[in-house]
Design a protein around this ligand. Structure first.
Ligand code: BG6
Length: 494
C-alpha cells in the first residue's frame, strides 16, 4: 500500500471570502488536518482576501481560533497550530476595484514551481470580476487553478454565464467546481464498492434491482440562512449533491479512474434522466415546507417563523421527494426515489439498492417468507455498508427464515478518523486531480434537468405541503412511493 499522506508541491492558496463562514468552519480546519499530517508545510502559503479591514495578524488569529473551535481536541497541538498559522497572510481589498489588486500580486511568489490556486468562496456575482482581473493581471499561469464554490448559478442560463466568465480566464482543466459530497469518503466508496468487487456489477441492473432510494435528511433548519430562501431544496441539494449520487450509483463502469473517464460516464446518466415537467408532475414530485412543532418544552419554529418578517409567506420548499427515471438499457423500469429536507426526524444520508424478490420460493413449509435483499450504503453519520440477507434462524424447530444484515461499520472496522470532504478536495486542487470535481457539461446537464421542475412549481397555484418539524416530511412523500407498492427504508435505529 502506498503511504497515506503524499506531500503536495508547495502552493499559494488565495482564498477570496477569507472572513466568511465556509473558510472558518471548513477550509481552515481541513487545511490544518492536512498540515498536521505532513502533507504540506510552511513553504506553502494561504492568502486570505476579503473586504474586512483585517491584517496578517488578524488572519493568523482567525486561523488559530477556527482550528481550536472546529478541530477535535486530540489533534490540537500548540506547536503545530503556531506553525500552521504562520502560513497565513491577508489582503484587505475590494475585488471589483482594479487598484486593490496590486496587494494580492505582492503576496504571490513568482517561482513557477509553486502551484497557484484561487478559491472563490464568495457570492457568484463576484466570480466574473475576480476572473477578469486575474486574467488582466496575468495571474493565470499553466499551473494556476480556480476553485468555485456553489451556488454555481440558479438555472441553466445563469450557470452558463458563470462558466463563460470563468472560462475567459481559465481553461476547463484549470477549473475545479466543488460539490463537497464528492469529497466524502463514503461517496468515493461507492466507486470502490461497485468497481473493486466482482459480485455487485452483474446484478447492478434492471434485471435484479427493483428500485433505488436516496435519502439526504437533515435535522437542522434553514430559514435563518439568507441564501436558502432564494434557493430551496431543489437547487440547494438535488441539483448538485443528489444528482451526483444518482450518477455514481447509475453510471456505467468507466474505463479508468481518470477524471474525464469518470465524468464522461456521469454525464451520460444526467443526459439519460427522463425530463420531468408540468404534465403529471404532482404524481412524481412532492415539495414541502416545515411547520412548527413542540418537542418537550421546546417549541421548534416553522420555516416561516425563522424568516425575516419581509420574507414571510415564502413558498420556498425545504423538502423535495422525486421519482426519477433513467432512460437507458441498464435502468429501464427501475425507479430512483430521492428525498431530501431540512428539520427532518434525523440527520441521515443513505443510498438503498433494493433488489428484486427471488423468482420462486422453495420454502412453502417454512416459517417466515423470503424478503428481497437490500444493500444500504450509509453516507453519514455512522458510515458503513449493510447487506440485508435471508438466513435460517439457528437451532431446532424446522426451517425458520429470518432477515439479518451483514454490517460493515467503518468506525468499528477502521481506527482512522474519517477525513472531512474538504481535506481531500483542497489538496486534489493542488495535485491537479479533477476526478472529484464537476465538469462544465455535467453542471449544465444537471441544470437543464432541474429547470423545468422549478418552472412548473413556480407556475403552479399550489405551494409546498406543510410537514411538522421533526418528522419525515409531508405525507405526500409517503404516498409518492407507496402508490408503487414500496416504502421508504427506515431502520429502527433512526
Ligand atoms: C450544502 C447545502 O451544500 O450541503 C446545505 O447548501 C446543506 O444546505 C449541506 O446543509 C449538507 O452538507 P453535509 O455535508 O452536512 O451533508
Amino acid at each position: 500500500m502506498s503511504a497515506k499522506t503524499i506531500p503536495v508541491q508547495p502552493f499559494d492558496y488565495v482564498v477570496f471570502g477569507a472572513t466568511g463562514d465556509l473558510t472558518r468552519r471548513k477550509l481552515i480546519p481541513a487545511l490544518y488536518y492536512r498540515f498536521r499530517a505532513g502533507q504540506f508545510d510552511e513553504r506553502s502559503h494561504v492568502i486570505g482576501v476579503s473586504r474586512s479591514p483585517w491584517n496578517d495578524e488578524r488572519m493568523q488569529q482567525a486561523a488559530i481560533d477556527s482550528v481550536r473551535e472546529h478541530v477535535e481536541e486530540k489533534y490540537l497541538d500548540e506547536d503545530v497550530i503556531a506553525r500552521f498559522a504562520s502560513c497565513f497572510s491577508y489582503v484587505h481589498n475590494d475585488v471589483t476595484n482594479e487598484e486593490d489588486w496590486k496587494d494580492i500580486s505582492d503576496k504571490l511568489r513568482d517561482d513557477e514551481n509553486i502551484v497557484r490556486a484561487f478559491y472563490l468562496a464568495v457570492s457568484p456575482s463576484l466570480f466574473a470580476p475576480i476572473c477578469k482581473y486575474l486574467k488582466k493581471g496575468n495571474y493565470c499561469r499553466p499551473n494556476s487553478r480556480v476553485v468555485l464554490e456553489k451556488p454555481l448559478g440558479s438555472d441553466l442560463e445563469s450557470s452558463k454565464e458563470i462558466n463563460d466568465a470563468v472560462g475567459e480566464a481559465f481553461c476547463e482543466d484549470q477549473i475545479y467546481r466543488i460539490d463537497h459530497y464528492l469529497g466524502k469518503e463514503t461517496v468515493q466508496n461507492i466507486l470502490a464498492l461497485r468497481f473493486a468487487n466482482a459480485m455487485f456489477e452483474p446484478v447492478w441492473n434492471s434485471a435484479h434491482v427493483d428500485h433505488v432510494q436516496i435519502t439526504v435528511a437533515e435535522s437542522v433548519g434553514a430559514g435563518r440562512r439568507g441564501y436558502y430562501d432564494q434557493s430551496g431544496a431543489l437547487r440547494d441539494m438535488v441539483q448538485n449533491h443528489i444528482l451526483q449520487l444518482v450518477c455514481l450509483v447509475a453510471m456505467e463502469p468507466p474505463s479508468s479512474d481518470a477524471a474525464n473517464a469518470l465524468r464522461d460516464e456521469k454525464l451520460k446518466v444526467l443526459r439519460a434522466l427522463k425530463p420531468i415537467s408540468g404534465d403529471g408532475l404532482e404524481k412524481i414530485s412532492v415539495r414541502g415546507q416545515y411547520s412548527s412543532t413542540r418537542s418537550g418544552d421546546v417549541e421548534v419554529p416553522s420555516y416561516q417563523d425563522e424568516l425575516p418578517r419581509e420574507k414571510r409567506g415564502s413558498r420556498t420548499e425545504t423538502f423535495v421527494a422525486l421519482k426519477m427515471a433513467i432512460e437507458n438499457w441498464r435502468w429501464s423500469g427501475v425507479p430512483f426515489y430521492i428525498r431530501t429536507g431540512k428539520r427532518l426526524a434525523a440527520r441521515i444520508s443513505e443510498i438503498i439498492i433494493q433488489f428484486r424478490e427471488i423468482p420462486h420460493s422453495i420454502f412453502d413449509h417454512a416459517e417466515g417468507v423470503p424478503t428481497a435483499n437490500k444493500l444500504v450504503i450509509r453516507l453519514q453519520p455512522d458510515e458503513g455498508v449493510k447487506l440485508f440477507l435471508m438466513i435460517k434462524d439457528p437451532g431446532p424447530g424446522g426451517m425458520r427464515l429470518r432477515e439479518v444484515n451483514l454490517n460493515l461499520s467503518f468506525a468499528d472496522t477502521f481506527d482512522d478518523r474519517t477525513p472531512d470532504a474538504y481535506e481531500r478536495l483542497l489538496l486534489d486542487v493542488i495535485r491537479g486531480n479533477q476526478t472529484l470535481f464537476m465538469r462544465r457539461d455535467e453542471l449544465e446537464a444537471a441544470w437543464a434537468w432541474i429547470d423545468p421542475i422549478r418552472l412548473a412549481w413556480d407556475q403552479s397555484s399550489e405551494g409546498p405541503q406543510p410537514y411538522k418539524a421533526g418528522t419525515w416530511g409531508p405525507t405526500g412523500s409517503i404516498a409518492l412511493i407507496e402508490r408503487d407498492g414500496r416504502t421508504w427504508h427506515e431502520e429502527n435505529d433512526y
